[in-house]
Design a binder for this molecule. Structure first.
Ligand code: HEC
Length: 149
């Protein structure tokens, strides 16, 4: 890719996050919840394949794995947990998301790392199962601390 194109792309993505950071809290909340909803659906499909409830299909598995990997860090990177987004729409984000911002980011980073391992792992049912177990721990770990019941 030419340097000029890279610069345009970087500028465009910075623009996108700046725009989202300026979005109304209500829209940011919807965005982060939507990302989680799509992630959870794809995790469900992969879990069913890993358990053998539905036949393992490498192409379908890799597509869902790629979805999870690419969505994983977006809410945080795009500023959807920005200041003032603790209210404005129904949200289950715990106030600790903001009071322990560093720890929350660390939990997100763990999740992103596990999510990015999924595409390679989903080539095979056995490795998929292990990778999903690792991923699941990061979901639960964060929800226990940062999502209200
Ligand atoms: C680093 C923290 C963190 C991780 C990791 C995480 N979540 Fe969440 N999740 C949240 C928070 C915070 C909310 C509440 C968001 C809100 O209501 O504003 C949430 C909400 C949700 C929701 C409800 C969405 C809605 O429409 O209200 C689902 C479903 C969900 N998460 C699934 C998952 C799954 C599946 C994983 C792992 C693959 C995962 N989450 C990983 C923090 C996390």
């Amino acid at each position: 890719m030419k340097i000029k194109n890279v610069i345009v792309l970087v500028a465009a993505s910075l623009g996108a996050s700046a725009v989202l950071a300026q979005a109304k809290p209500e829209d940011q909340i919807k965005y982060r919840q939507a990302a989680m909803t799509v992630t959870a659906r794809s995790v469900g499909v992969l879990n069913a394949m890993a358990k053998g409830d539905v036949p393992f299909n490498k192409d379908v598995a890799q597509r869902h794995a790629a979805t999870i990997a690419s969505l994983s860090d977006l809410p945080l990177a795009a500023g959807a947990y920005g200041p003032g987004t603790d209210k404005g729409a129904p949200t289950k984000a715990d106030p600790k998301v903001w009071s322990e911002a560093d720890k929350f980011k660390a939990a997100f980073d763990k999740f992103t790392l596990a999510a990015r391992a999924l595409p390679a792992a989903s080539a095979d049912q056995g490795t998929l199962k292990t990778a999903l177990a690792d991923l699941g721990k990061t979901c639960k770990g964060c929800h226990d601390d940062y999502r209200m019941k």
